[in-house]
Design a binder for this molecule. Sequence first.
Ligand code: ADP
Length: 940
Amino acid sequence: MRKRLSLGTKIPLVIFALGLFFSLVISAGTAFFFQEILTDDLVEQSVLGAEDKSETLVRNFEHYDLFSAMLGTRTRVVEYLVDQSEERRAELQGIFDKYAAKYPEVLSIYLMDTTGYTHISTDRSFLGKNYGFREYFKKAVVGTPDVDAIVGVTSGEFGYYFSYPVQSLDGTVLGVLVIKISQDSFTDPIFHGWLAKDNTLMLVDERGVVVSSNRSDRFLQSLSPLSEAEKHAFSEGQYYAGLEIQPLQYVLVQDAIDQYAGPTSVRFYDEEDGETEELAIEKISDYPFYLVVEINVDRLKGIAFDLSLAIGAFVIAISLLMMVLAYRLVGHFLLRPLKQIFEVVRRITKGDFSARSDIRTNNEFEDLGRALNSMSATIEGYYDDLNKQVEQRTSELRIKNKEVEEQQKAIVNVLQDVQLEKDKVLGLASDLEKFKLAVDNASDHIVITDPEGMVLYGNKAVEKITGYSLQEAFGKKAGILWKKPMPLEFYQRLWNTIRVKKTVFSSELTNKRKNGELYDAEVSISPILDGNGNIKFFLGIERDISERKTAEKKIRSALAETEEKSQKLEAENAKDEALFANIGDGIVSTDNQGKIMMVNDSALRMIGFSRDEVMGRPFASVIRLLDEQRKPFAEGERPLDKALSTGMTARTQSGRAQYYVRKDSTMFPVSVIVTPFVLKKKIIGVIEVFRDVTFETQVDRMKTEFVSLASHQLRTPLSAINWYAEMLLSGDAGKLNPEQKKFIDIIYAGNQRMVDLVNSLLNVSRIEMGVFAVDPEPSSIKEISETVFDELQPQITEKNLKITRKYDPALGEINLDPKLFRIVVQNLLTNAVKYTAEKGTVVLTVTRRKDDVLLSISDNGYGIPKKDQDKIFTKMFRAENAREKDTTGTGLGLYIVKSIVEQTADGKIWFESEENKGTTFNVTIPLAGMKKKEGSKALS
Ligand code: ADP
């Protein structure tokens, strides 16, 4: 027998097979397509990165070029070469030594005469040696400055040699000045960051030899095989200390360099390792060097492939989802109606003819259902007829039976009635007694008169309300007794109603007590008629309502007052609402659970939701807040949560971008202030005001980029001013008179401040653009702090300050970027020293705690005025007392310190200060230390 497969299995199987086939085809296609595009894009990024690095190198070469020129034009140098006296030699040696000590990257400074003989050198082993065979010497001695990257014959150490021709006033070359710069100062700026991490960078000289590379096996290898002539020239010139230069098989690059006409990139397939590579080649301005960046295209392709694979997987996932949907639809449109029809047929088979199908699919199933229904209706009709006939017979029989039963019952009933009548008469007598008691004691006053109004009966309340005793009232006319204080028409209407119309008269009225006092009452008088409709008595019931009336009056006047107040309130509300709706900022208020209670139109416009979509919903579930890295804030960290939990105003941090996500998932940078409502010491909700700061953010970014560019450009001219001022001060251009010296001193100090300012500005812009690198290594806070104290010693001695330092013996090493942490300690200690008067005290304490290290720097100096304390970490802010006492600050130090502490290590910084008493700054760094971060720039 063939195996039976139900439709419910067959259809999903077909859908699944087809769906899987198509989604595989589509995702493979998409993956392939995206891989191409992504690879190209990644390669382009790397080529741009290479351009950036080559610019950095150009600046570096220019810097040392200028340095050698500055030294080579110094009068002392010229004068020495002219008379070559021992005295001048010793003086110049001192000057050179001073520069070498100040700039550690300068390996040596030396001076040769025109034969190449070395007269003066900071590296004493060069003295008396002749370097006339050197290329850089040969060029400089004929008047052209040069730079070469080679291995020293004496020191055996590799370096960059900048030569400069020392000339007399008439232009004759008297000798050659050379500075030798360390490899590090060229490699450090370019071998940092993502480009160097993933690719091979090579700085190649004109001879085609790699003079530095982030791959150590490339160092001093040539791009293409050397010819015999080249080998000879290399050993003749002793460029590379006789080292064997191996070829690297980069003939292609060598060709590109030989025919260099501008930045190029070539792609080639490396047969050796079977990889495709892109080589970007950039000349370093007019210097005889080229930067070659080898970009591994296959690796980028791999990354692109992984990304495309993820996209493919996404497409398959979506297709699977669609299949499930299709399966559900088939179930809905096909299998369900089938099941329903089957159910109806099953019930009819079992004899339930009322079974009907209610399929409303508007297709063949509905027709089938209807046919089935009319079939079961016809059967049901036949069945009903049969039933009716049987029923009719049965009911005729039942009627006969009943008649007999009822005759029996009638006899029993008569007997029961007789007994009941007897009970009733007895009951009536006792009821009457109860009734009289009730009337006598009722709180309303009740009077019965004859048809003429003569009092026949009065209950106890008559005496209490009117003041007349019952004896007084009996036999008197009711009207005379009550003295008729109402107008005459009232009594006419009363008599007319009860005597002529013979109906009940009810009204409120004013009556008089026996003692003449008026009171308000509610009265109802009913005529009691006999069987012929003649009046037999009048029954009057009256209730004293004076108290109720007074209360009513009070309520009415209170109501009027409330009405007036509520109108006023409404008018004020309308004004508030108009204000609320028309404000440009977004305003949202929530209850104490953070659920939205109110929201204005501006807020809705910014976030793209309608009012109905947000009302009553938790704020955080409607509007998501993202941080700088576009990651959602943790619960409890949003300003709204903080305001709700602390009861204090909370806001987004200035200086850090934060974003709100709109309904359509786009986002915008936002600034938020949340203020809690507090009622009877309880937080009952918050009001949040927020603003789209897209424009401000753009302006801010443009400003930061401008500052970065401007400061960078300012550095080189500032270095030149620095050197030349130093030259003038050391008497290079002749002895200065005291006034000249004073002026140059001022220029020198002013320039020094400018250098500090430019460095600080650069740091600030690097922090704000997020491009600075963090490179943690196990470091000793004690060692770092001690170097800062050494540096500050001159100021400490000058002010005669007492310094105390307490390092926790259990401190150990912490993972820190030593340069960045030094900036922190240096700023805080410099401030403590700067803002403390002579003979003051500065205390540094470093303590290791459970989770972090606490660094405290206290002084007993000028302190920070209370009113300035909340602004102290803002850029360019300096308190007034600080500006008066010390005019040299930039107001950027603490901003940089706070940024480093918070951004690199999740640390904290805070302070306590009292004016004229002193200040303590505290910094904590978690024991985990700083987190590594790639970046193209370092802070200085
Ligand atoms: P700068 O010192 O260059 O002015 P900072 O950013 O380092 O800039 O400091 C900002 C301001 O904070 C200072 O101008 C000063 O008003 C105040 N300040 C910082 N440290 C101290 C301190 N130890 N004592 C008193 N005031 C201080």
